[in-house]
Design a protein around this ligand. Structure first.
Ligand code: NAD
Length: 258
């Protein structure tokens, strides 16, 4: 798909992997809409990325009304939507039973599933409905691409990650059927499953902690770079034959129990 002049939505686009993706997409000439919760940070990101081609929409990905209003704003500002990158997410850790044998609160599990899994599905379905009405583009007659973010925890969840791993396993599981549902419309769906990435939160940790995090990375022996995640998004957009796939981006890391 032609990148120059296309329009992308990045959920969770104000921080970490979403922010790095927004930067790379702007460099490639796309208009970018950041869907995130934090308005102050959102406005700051827009001024950094360029007010002519970037907008911030205060969105809770779980909420149909807030996503629909934001999509109206994107359509009014930029017209057709060509790319959705679902990066909004949370990663709380809680053991199934705590040290006193008390069960983990159900609300915590539900919230993680709601934001990471239901939220990604919610934005994807509402964006797909708009993409379906657009004119197809290029030799491939393509209408759009949806990129979801899972995690290698979706395959190898660690101790305390039942909720997070279940939410990310859900993302991996829905990738192929979503691609199959949308194939007749010329809309592709792919997922990226990152390993341990050097997002601001992780980079701020003491060196010892970072070394422990990268101990099981094979090569290159370091944190993944948010820009490497963003490069894969660009590749997925560029490579029309890539569809229905989850790609690990982890330096051959396999997560141990803890
Ligand atoms: N950083 C890593 O090492 C890593 C590894 C594997 C997977 N991931 C996944 O990548 C995604 C991004 O992670 P990150 O490290 O960049 O996190 P981050 O905390 O830096 O960014 C997440 C963004 O999502 C936003 N957000 C949270 N809940 C939201 C909601 N309900 N509606 C709208 N926005 C919401 C936050 O405000 C924040 O800006 C997450 O889904 C995470 O699970 C991250």
């Amino acid at each position: 798909m032609n990148l120059e002049g296309a329009t992308a939505i990045v959920t969770g686009g104000c921080s970490g992997l979403g922010h790095a993706t927004a930067i790379k997409l702007r460099e490639a000439g796309l208009n970018v809409a950041l869907f995130d919760l934090n308005e102050d940070l959102g406005n700051q990101r827009v001024s950094e990325l360029g007010t002519a081609n970037t907008i911030f929409c205060q969105v809770d990905v779980r909420d149909e009304k807030s996503v629909t209003q934001a999509l109206d704003q994107v359509s009014a500002e930029f017209g057709d939507i060509h790319l959705l990158v679902n990066c909004a997410g949370i990663a709380p850790a809680k053991r199934l039973l705590d040290r006193d044998g008390q069960p983990a609160p159900l609300e915590s599990f539900q919230k993680t599933i709601d934001i990471n899994l239901v939220g990604s599905f919610n934005v994807a379905r509402l964006v797909a409905a708009r993409m379906a009405l657009q004119n197809p583009q290029g030799e491939a007659n393509e209408r759009g691409l949806i990129v979801n973010t899972a995690s290698i925890a979706g395959y190898e969840g660690q101790i305390g990650q039942t909720a997070y791993a279940a939410s990310k396993g859900g993302i991996i599981g829905l990738t192929l059927p979503m691609a199959r549902d949308l194939a007749p419309l010329g809309i592709r769906v792919n997922t990226i499953a990152p390993g341990v990435m050097g997002t601001p939160m992780v980079v701020a940790m003491p060196e010892k902690v970072q070394d422990a995090l990268t101990a099981n990375v094979q090569f290159p022996k370091r944190l993944g770079l948010p820009a490497e995640f963003a490069k894969l998004v660009i590749h997925m957009m560029d490579n029309t034959y890539m569809n229905g796939e989850t790609v690990r981006l982890d330096g051959a890391m396999r997560m141990p129990p803890k």
